[in-house]
Ligand binder design. Structure first.
Ligand code: KIV
Ligand code: NA
Length: 265
């Protein structure tokens, strides 16, 4: 199997082939997602919500991200693997940013890192890139700044924030980022970013005029069902499937149907 690289992804944008991206946080899930043919696997800090049950992405630690990432790396044969640098491990201190990125690359074996923000984190982005570590940017609704926004509503509806987002996208491209994620912004603005920017722009709640799409795997599988934003298309109802399986198992244990003779030694 031929591995996806930053070059493969750039070629996909150049020829107009959309890029598919999903999260994974563990070996078993990553194995399924990779074998099905996904282009990019994101070890997202959404693991903080989905895996650990926190309300935000802020509490997850660098060590925990590395644990998730190394589990994913052991499962993946083809996809390009990007890991979120967690809150507090890169902002405002480019030396720490570099150290965090190097720890992720060395200890997990992943292929790239993702960071949230624009001009505010430029020094950190440049420093990480200087070590030869591919960086994916993330603009729009950046969940690590949720307490600044105060709401999970659509970002950059106002002219000022839209202008800053455009400038940040151009800046991240000029710095040398290999791709960008745009989260929960108007489709027209996302299109305005994806056109002049040469690097792949991956959207989540950013409409169809971008170079690819990303979703949280647990959301699209219907495992997590509390979270149902408009941008989420649910491809399965695994919550129902799993609930039915647990109920059938309980029934079989209680009724002494399980285990039967063939299932015993
Ligand atoms: O952590 C995450 O899952 C993400 C995606 C939603 C882009 O950053
Ligand atoms: Na994230």
């Amino acid at each position: 199997i031929k591995r996806i690289t930053t070059h493969t992804l750039q070629e996909m944008k150049n020829r107009g082939e959309k890029i598919s991206m999903l999260t994974s946080y563990d070996y078993s899930m990553a194995k399924i997602v990779d074998a099905a043919g996904i282009d990019i696997i994101l070890v997202g800090d959404s693991a903080s919500n989905v895996m650990a049950g926190h309300e935000t992405t802020l509490p997850i630690t660098l060590d925990q991200m590395i644990y998730h990432a190394s589990s994913v790396v052991r499962a993946v044969k083809r996809a390009f693997i990007v890991v979120d640098i967690p809150f507090g491990s890169y902002q405002g201190n480019s030396s720490e940013a570099l150290r965090s990125a190097i720890r992720i690359m060395k200890e997990s074996g992943a292929h790239a890192v993702k960071v949230e923000g624009g001009a505010e984190i430029k020094e950190s982005v440049l420093r990480i890139l200087s070590a030869g570590v591919p960086v994916m940017g993330h603009l729009g609704l950046t969940p690590q700044s949720i307490y600044k926004f105060g709401t999970y509503t659509v970002r950059a509806r106002e002219e000022e924030e839209a202008e800053k987002l455009l400038a940040d996208a151009r800046m991240l491209e000029a710095c040398g980022c290999f791709a960008l994620v745009l989260e929960k912004i108007p489709a027209a603005l996302a299109a305005k970013v994806a056109q002049p920017v040469q690097i792949p722009v991956i959207g989540i709640g950013a409409g169809g005029a971008v170079d690819g799409q990303v979703l949280v795997a647990h959301d699209m599988f219907g495992i997590t069902q509390e979270f149902r934003p408009r941008f989420l298309r649910q491809y399965a109802d695994l919550q129902q499937t799993m609930t039915d399986a647990v109920k059938a198992y309980i029934h079989d244990v209680k009724s002494e149907d399980f285990p039967n003779e063939q299932e015993s030694y």
